[in-house]
Ligand binder design. Sequence first.
Ligand code: NDP
Length: 400
Amino acid sequence: MAKVLIIGAGGVGGVVTHKCAQVPEVFSEIVLASRTEAKCKAIAAQIDRPIKTAQVDADNVPELVALLQREQPQLVINVALPYQDLTIMDACLEAGIHYLDTANYEPPGEAKFEYSWQWAYQDRFKDADLMALLGSGFDPGVTNVFTAYIKKHHLDEIHYLDIIDCNAGDHGYPFATNFNPEINIREVTAKGRYWEDGAWRETEPLSEKRSFDFPAGIGPKNIYLMYHEELESITKHFPEIKRARFWMTFSDNYLKHLEVLGNVGMTSIEPVEFEGKEIIPLQFLKALLPDPASLGPRTKGKTCIGCVARGVKDGKEKTVYIYNICDHEECYREVKSQAISYTTGVPAMIGAKMMLEGKWMQSGVWNMEQLDPDPFMEDLNKYGLPWEIHTISEPTAVDE
Ligand code: NDP
């Protein structure tokens, strides 16, 4: 029985609050805090258990510390934006509270994400006997646990890893992003990067493309190579991996809009002067685009996120494919959100549950693949993200 404080009342925050509320035997008290308290109250009103709400500016450490000292939760689930990771970690250290997030720190003025800033907290969390669990969403998160599970049960050595994220959903808008537009567009327009033979290789944005045949009736879709943060921690913790890549599906329509917006400068994070005021084009674009939380009632179709891993088992070459299929409309019926927020919010709840039940709790800063995958994989099946694993004997689009 534990009290949890969730920070961030966006698409993911809504799902985490719903899912924690479904497990009262672990999350006996829930506080939801964010910049705009009205959004917390709107989520709380959807749930028939008391959810306490609060206003907080998570960029402000003293304000966070005051909230944590007042509420005294056992754990903070950070589902605000990646810009707030370090201030929330600082506040947790000061108030003596465990920490979890779903995305690694990004400096606001630079489209760059890497774990170095958060890994630098290792000694401080260890010395304080506190745990920080990093990246407990789907990707990163479940994809890291999938990799650990494959290594534990299906391959003696993983040589080639391809993480493939497919959203085959349709929201009916000409252009919208499925999660925070600013974070999403910064990620998609960045250069691609993958790990091969002990070094990072860079590619021009979205220049590597394949057609991958997805299961569950989704069928063939174009996938594009991108950099994604779990590649950094997975290749560090499984140094046997010769090549690790991340792929995501995009429709031609999405890419056409993005190209035009990029060409006219709307996706830039460089400030520009407009009518005597400095604005950041990407932040202005965010204000024009549909709020990802509003896509829930209109999105139909499925997501399929998983890992294709090739390696060796008992001396023989073997390839496995492990994935989850999630249906946008079913997610909406359950927690009033589409599958992108759902597939992030459920693993955040399960990661928190692993910590609070003592199955994963240990001091220091941890990535998901470093911990025992089995109890987490069991809970994915139990709490809405069932998975399948198959041995693949035919060649796939990511063999080369
Ligand atoms: P949203 O933009 O929908 O929600 C973010 C929330 O954080 C909003 O409620 C926002 O408040 C709040 N917030 C922003 N800044 C502050 C601040 N300074 N103080 C307090 N609250 C603040 O984003 P999502 O819900 O889509 O994403 C949440 C997180 O999940 C992000 O870090 C994202 O990168 C991550 N994510 C991870 C995935 C994974 O698989 N690992 C996949 C998808 C997302 P306000 O409402 O006032 O703007």
